[in-house]
Design a protein around this ligand. Structure first.
Ligand code: CP
Length: 337
């Protein structure tokens, strides 16, 4: 399959066959297939936000494959970057994204970007303006390392699911909101809804009233589900949601209704700590697996008992970030096993 130079912005832009190809390649990497097919290749990793798993998995993947990765943190170890068009640059930013990306494109073979929302105005943040600008000016393929979605996490999640259910179709996937002291990005939740429906799972989203995900993602998830004859259930009924679930995926996210107004939302969120994943809730399931993208606050999002249980797949999913990244890079750079 030829995926050379294809952007990886959103899994919805890739066919199911292409995604399956990446997941199969990732399994081959996990089974100790080694390749130095990216010798001489390089990637620029632009981090506008912190990371542990994404950063290190890319660095190790490029090293194992014989290539090279540079970390660039605009505003920290590189110039602060302006992303808006037609702006008078008399504030902090020293460099415009157009020049930065054109220069990086001339040095590197691919560009990967992490740029979270600014958490001030969802209507602006949902435009994904940093990633959009970089994709516009890049002369090399662009990979989304998490903006308003997290497609790399989708790959690792689906690889994990498929290693426990050879056919995920019809398995009950529960995406549950959990409490967190801060209003967090909706990216992983959006992505979990997209990838689980894409592979035909029977998806329930459990969230308190006022914590609905953006309609653009819910509508896409519903369309994915409909192609299998499924629907997406959205509920605030904890017991019903957990009942007979096969896979419980936990994530916290801030309310879009209060975006940029977290102080007011905090008072609402404080009353929702009972959404924590605990063993009593897991007992309602069909011996479900549990997972989370990490990082995760213990005994806030899930109890120690759940996190450290035999049915917890958090470490497997995190490890799969490395193999899926190896697979994606190999495909995008036109390498081979
Ligand atoms: N899950 C994930 O993307 O982890 P990092 O934020 O540490 O990269």
């Amino acid at each position: 399959m030829n995926l050379k130079n294809k952007n990886f912005i959103n899994t919805q832009d890739w066919t199911l066959d292409e995604l399956d190809y990446i997941l199969d390649l990732a399994s081959a990497f996990k089974n100790n297939s080694l390749s130095k097919s990216l010798a001489g290749k390089s990637i620029a990793l632009l981090f506008f936000n912190p990371s542990l798993r994404t950063r290190t998995s890319f660095e190790i993947a490029m090293h194992r494959l014989g290539g090279f990765a540079s970390i660039i943190q605009p505003g920290k170890d590189a110039w602060p970057i302006e992303t808006r068009e037609g702006i008078v640059m008399d504030q902090e930013a020293e460099e415009h994204i157009k020049e930065a990306v054109r220069v990086i494109s001339s040095f590197y073979d691919a560009i990967a970007v992490r740029a979270f929302p600014k958490f001030q105005n969802w209507q602006e943040d949902k435009q994904d303006s940093v990633l959009t600008a970089i994709t516009r000016w890049a002369l090399k393929p662009v990979i989304n390392m998490e903006t308003i979605i997290h497609p790399l996490q989708e790959l690792a999640l689906m690889m994990t699911i498929k290693s426990h259910f050879s056919d995920p179709r019809g398995k009950k996937f529960l995406l549950t909101w959990t409490y967190h002291p801060k209003g967090l990005n909706t990216a992983v939740a959006n992505s979990a809804a997209l990838i689980s429906t894409r592979f035909g799972m029977d998806v329930t989203i459990l969230r308190p009233q006022g914590y609905d995900l953006d309609p653009q993602f819910i509508e896409t998830a519903k369309a994915n589900a409909a192609s299998y004859g499924n629907a997406v259930t959205i509920t605030d009924n904890i017991e019903q949601a957990y009942h007979c679930a096969d896979f419980v995926y936990a994530k916290s996210w801030g309310s879009l209704n209060y975006f940029g107004n977290w102080e007011e939302e905090k008072n609402i969120r404080r009353g929702l700590k009972h959404f924590i994943v605990d063993s009593d809730k897991m007992k309602l399931t069909n011996n479900a697996f549990f997972s989370h993208c990490l990082p995760m606050r213990r005994n806030v999002k899930a109890t120690d008992e759940v996190i450290d249980s035999e049915y917890s797949l958090i470490y497997e999913e995190a490890e799969n970030r490395l193999y899926t990244t190896c697979a994606l890079l190999t495909a995008i750079f036109g390498g081979a096993l």
